[in-house]
Design a protein around this ligand. Structure first.
Ligand code: BYC
Length: 473
């Protein structure tokens, strides 16, 4: 087997017999998983996909029609930084590790497994969406996201197999065995066990949940373990497209809704095939709160340890104007206290999950401003908002409390009575489900979403981005 041809890589695979053997064993299981759990009904279609064949500007985005099972899931690390030093924690200033530091082996493996687990999980969650695509352009974007999440799984499996011996190989197998939403063997993190039943959920997921990926990957890209840092840096280049799909997808739905509202002089546009802004807000509330949980508890000794030991840094660590050790500093955290929500000064080290969450919320706010600009420009008196960080949380300080989207603590009875105003109702889900009819004619779009301003890779919007579809059923 010509490894470099089959598995494009820049990790010297053809010269590494041990890694070859491990991957030879794992690859057929991956393909079996892909065929079983990957996009349903489209494995023989030709899809206009971007494939990474090398890390340089020329090779990382090669576009071609191919069948998804033939996608070349490669292994890429960003180019090494010469004499890279650890940038934070107790080992700050020491040379970055090229091998796993023995005393942190278990924790590092756990971090890599947690990251790796999200990648196949999202493919599983999105498995049936192709059947109801709003256009060929969107169908292609879904599949691009799916194959790249598959590649991100390969990226983590490479680290497990190359650096963690037998335990790593066992973990690599377990990544193919857990299943999103399974009662017996679920995925590790909460959001990755939620269903993604429709395209509004898909765009919300790629906007809010993939954005957690951006912040977590960026923090792991600061890692003192250099192979992890380089792997995550390359993954981030692909992640940008996933976020684009989410943000512009929601933006296009909003644009369409505004247009229908203007044409029909009503904010109830369901009968015209559009999605009410109020429903979009409820979906947003759901996905934002689920994604906030992915940052872990506000106060976490795990997070403090990851940082002190040099395994996981902060978002854009070098930009922080402090000692990068944080042993003396504090950070303001919102916490529930005596029936209210107060600001509390906490050790910065234990508050690291919260500071990452703050950076994430600021990024979400930026996108929200853009969406609201569309609404404002349409002359519509409605603004989307992000709910309070304490709203509907299942992890951390706010778990088990009843907080309104405005940030008020209320009784469970009051919260439950108003839940239907804040979160998607069964009727909302049924209505959104009823809109999900496939549109597969090139250049045509479903009634509830505006076309994008331009196509993929300078191609026209009306290109046949997915060819040779099987007839429905
Ligand atoms: N659900 O000390 P704590 C992406 C667990 S997304 C369930 O607060 P810590 C992508 C936690 O594991 C990015 N359990 O947590 C997006 C711990 O359990 P153990 C994924 C949760 O460790 C879209 C316990 O609660 N990458 O790439 O500070 C498509 C105590 O928690 C949850 C990463 O997450 C939850 N939400 O932080 C495709 C990066 N939250 O250990 C891909 C790697 C916490 O006591 N992971 N728990 O059994 C991490 O850095 C950390 O594991 C976390 C948690 C930030 C997730």
């Amino acid at each position: 087997m010509n490894y470099d041809e089959q598995i494009p890589n820049n990790v010297g695979l053809s010269a590494d017999r041990r890694l070859q053997r491990a991957l030879e064993n794992w690859q057929p299981k991956f393909l079996e998983w892909w065929n079983q759990m990957g996009p349903f009904g489209f494995q023989t279609a030709d899809v206009y996909l971007r494939t990474a064949t090398s890390v340089d500007a020329k090779g990382w985005a090669t576009f071609n029609y191919l069948k998804m099972p033939d996608y070349r899931w490669g292994i890429f690390l960003a180019e090494p930084v010469a004499e890279r030093k650890i940038g934070f924690g107790e080992h700050r200033g020491e040379p970055a590790w090229q091998e796993v530091p023995g005393e942190h082996r278990g924790v590092l493996r756990r971090l890599i497994v947690t990251q790796g687990d999200t990648e196949p999980a999202s493919v599983e969650q999105q498995r049936h969406l192709g059947q109801t695509c709003p256009s060929l352009y969107d169908l292609r974007n879904l599949f691009q996201v799916n194959v790249e999440e598959g590649r991100h799984l390969w990226a983590m499996v490479y680290l497990l197999q190359a650096y963690f011996g037998r335990d790593g190989r066992e973990e690599a197998e377990a990544l193919l065995e857990r299943r999103s939403g399974s009662a017996d063997n679920p995925r590790i993190l909460g959001a990755f066990n939620e269903p993604t039943p429709d395209w509004l959920s898909f765009f919300m997921f790629t906007h809010f949940t993939d954005r957690d990926g951006k912040f977590q990957l960026a923090s792991l890209a600061e890692s003192g373990f250099d192979p992890l840092s380089r792997t995550c840096r390359f993954m981030l280049t692909e992640e940008a497209h996933h976020l684009f799909v989410g943000e512009t997808g929601i933006g296009r739905i909003i644009a369409r809704s505004c247009r229908l509202m203007g044409e029909h002089h009503t904010d109830r546009i369901g009968e015209y095939g559009g999605i009410d802004l109020a429903i979009i807000q409820r979906y947003l509330n759901f996905h934002f709160s689920v994604s906030l949980d992915l940052f872990g508890s506000e106060l976490s000794t795990n997070a403090a340890n990851y940082f002190s030991t040099g395994l996981k840094g902060r978002f854009k660590e070098p930009d922080h104007d402090d000692d990068h050790r944080l042993t003396e500093s504090t950070y303001r955290v919102l916490r529930p206290h005596a029936g209210r929500i107060i600001e509390s000064e906490e050790p910065a080290l234990t508050a690291l999950n919260e500071s990452l969450r703050d950076a994430y919320i600021a990024d979400c706010t930026r996108a929200l401003v853009r969406w609201n600009k569309t609404i404002e420009d349409s002359g519509i008196d409605f603004r989307l908002t992000l709910p309070h960080r304490g709203f509907r949380r299942a992890i951390g300080e706010f778990k088990g409390l009843y907080v309104t989207p405005e940030g008020l603590r209320v009784s469970e009875t009051e919260w439950r009575a108003r839940e239907g105003q804040w979160l998607p109702t069964p009727a909302d889900r049924e209505f959104i489900g009823s809109l999900m009819c496939p549109v597969v004619e090139p250049g045509k779009f479903a009634t509830w979403i505006a076309p994008p301003p331009r196509g993929i890779n300078h191609q026209p919007v009306e290109m046949d981005y997915v060819r040779h579809l099987l007839p429905p059923g």
